[in-house]
Write a protein that binds this ligand. Structure first.
Ligand code: NAD
Length: 377
C-alpha cells in the first residue's frame, strides 16, 4: 500500500467567482474513501465556509504551495491556471469546468505540465452520470436566481392580489428555452404567482411545460427538434424555423411582463432570440433576464452584469449566475465532484480509475498530450 491519494482544493481566482469545489461534507466523504484532503486557506470564505470548518472535517488548511505539494487530484470550480500547479504529482488529475473550446492554449499548458485535465462539463448525459453533472446542478440554481432577480427589478408584483384598495393583476412571465434552468425558472415564477408560458425547439419539452402548470408556446408550421434532441441538446435551427419562431414570439412578447431566456447550443454562441425591434414592442417596465449572457446572450443589447434599459424595458444577465448563490452552488458542485471521485474509486489501488466511456468524454490531456477528439479535430 502506498501513501493515501492526496486531494487539493484550491481557492478560486477567477474574478467574480464565489464558489468552492469542496465543502466540509464532501471533505469528510473524500477522507472516508481513504484520501487525504488539503484545502487552500480562505478557499470557502465567499461561500460562508471558514477554514476552521474544513479543519474540523479533517482537512489540512494551508497556503497554495503546501496544498499542491504531491497532490494527485486537484479540484476546482473553474480550471486553475496551469502555471499555478507546480508541485502537483506527475500525472495528477485536474478536475473542474475547463471551458476547453474557448481556452485551447490552457489545455495545451495542462498537457505540457504532464497533468490530466478532466472537463466536468463534458460529462455525458447518461443515467449513471447524472449525479456528477455540474451543468444540471448549477443550471437549476441559475433558473431560480434569474426569476428572483427579474422579480426584484420589476416595479410591480408577481401574484394577483385582491386588496381593499383594489386588485393587483398577476405578472405574465415567459420562459424561452426549457432545459434544466428553464424548468426551474417556470417553477419559480409559478411559485411567486405569475402566469407562466414557455417555449423550446425540442418537442419533448411541451409536456414538461404543461406538467408545471405553464402554457406551451410552440412553432406549429415548421418542424423543430423531435423528442429530446441528441443527448437532450438543441442544435442550430433552419432559416425557416427561425423566421416562424420570431413571428410567433413577437406577438407573444408584446404581452409579457417578465421574460427569462436560457437557450444554449453546446460549443456555439447562444442563439439570438430577442431583437431590439421586438423589445421596442414590449410594455415599458417589463424585465428580461438573459441566462445565456456568458455565452453571447439570447437578447440583443444585453450586457453581462449590468442592467441595460432599452425602450423602457430592463435587460439583465450575469456573467456567472451560480456565483450569486455561493453556498448552495458550492454544495451541489462539490457533491458532483465527490460523486465522480467516489464512483470511480478503486479500493485496491486507493485511487479513482476512470472507465473508457466517461474517460473518453471528459479527458482533455494525458501523458503530455492533448487527447480529446473534439480538440484534435
Ligand atoms: P441547454 O442548457 O443546452 O439549453 C437550454 C435549452 O435551450 C434547451 O432546452 C434547448 O433545447 C433550448 N434551446 C436551444 N436553442 C433554442 C432556440 N433557438 N429557441 C428556444 N429554445 C432553444 O440544455 P440543458 O438545460 O442542459 O438540458 C437540456 C435537456 O437535457 C433537458 O431535457 C434535460 O432534462 C436533459 N438532461 C439530461 C441529463 C441526463 O440524463 N444525465 C442531464 C442534464 C440534462
Amino acid at each position: 500500500m502506498g501513501s493515501a491519494t492526496r486531494i487539493a482544493v484550491l481557492r478560486e481566482r477567477a474574478s467574480g467567482e464565489t464558489r468552492v469545489s469542496a465543502t466540509p461534507e464532501t471533505v469528510r466523504k473524500l477522507i472516508g474513501l481513504g484520501a487525504s484532503v488539503a484545502v487552500e486557506a480562505g478557499a470557502g470564505l465567499h461561500a460562508s465556509i471558514a477554514d476552521a470548518d474544513y479543519l474540523a472535517a479533517g482537512a489540512a488548511v494551508s497556503p497554495l504551495a503546501r496544498v499542491l505539494d504531491g497532490a494527485n487530484i486537484v479540484l476546482g470550480i473553474q480550471a486553475p491556471d496551469p502555471a499555478l500547479l507546480d508541485g502537483a504529482a506527475s500525472g495528477a488529475w485536474v478536475v473542474a469546468a475547463m471551458d476547453p473550446f474557448a481556452q485551447p492554449s490552457r489545455v495545451e499548458a495542462y498537457a505540457a505540465a504532464g497533468l490530466e485535465a478532466l472537463a466536468m462539463e463534458l460529462m455525458p448525459r447518461i443515467t449513471r452520470a447524472q449525479s456528477m453533472d455540474i451543468l444540471s446542478s448549477q443550471s437549476n440554481l441559475s433558473g431560480y436566481k434569474a426569476v428572483l432577480v427579474a422579480a426584484n427589478l420589476y416595479g410591480r408584483a408577481f401574484p394577483m392580489m385582491m386588496t381593499a384598495a383594489g386588485t393587483v393583476s398577476a405578472a405574465k412571465a415567459f420562459v424561452m428555452g426549457v432545459g434544466v434552468a428553464g424548468l426551474q425558472a417556470i417553477a419559480t415564477a409559478r411559485r411567486l404567482g405569475a402566469q407562466v408560458s414557455a417555449t423550446d425547439v425540442r418537442s419533448a419539452t411541451r409536456e414538461q411545460i404543461q406538467s408545471l402548470g405553464a402554457k406551451p408556446i410552440f412553432v406549429e408550421n415548421v418542424r423543430g427538434i423531435e423528442g429530446e434532441g441528441a443527448g437532450g441538446y438543441a442544435g442550430e435551427m433552419s432559416e425557416d424555423y427561425r423566421r416562424a419562431q420570431a413571428e410567433l414570439v413577437s406577438a407573444h412578447l408584446a404581452r409579457q411582463d417578465i421574460v427569462i431566456t436560457t437557450a444554449l447550443i453546446p460549443a456555439r454562441v447562444a442563439p439570438r432570440l430577442i431583437s431590439d425591434a421586438q423589445i421596442a414592442t414590449m410594455k415599458p417596465g417589463s424585465v428580461i433576464f438573459d441566462l445565456a449572457a456568458p455565452q453571447g446572450g439570447n437578447v440583443e443589447g444585453c450586457v453581462a452584469d449590468e442592467v441595460v434599459e432599452r425602450h423602457g424595458v430592463k435587460i439583465a444577465g450575469f456573467s456567472n449566475t451560480p456565483a450569486h448563490l455561493p453556498a448552495e452552488a458550492s454544495a451541489l458542485f462539490a457533491r458532483n465532484l465527490f460523486n465522480f471521485v467516489s464512483a470511480f474509486w478503486d479500493k485496491e489501488q486507493g485511487k479513482p480509475v476512470l472507465d473508457d466511456e466517461i474517460g473518453a468524454a471528459i479527458r482533455l490531456t494525458r501523458d503530455g498530450r492533448v487527447v480529446h477528439p473534439r480538440l484534435l479535430g
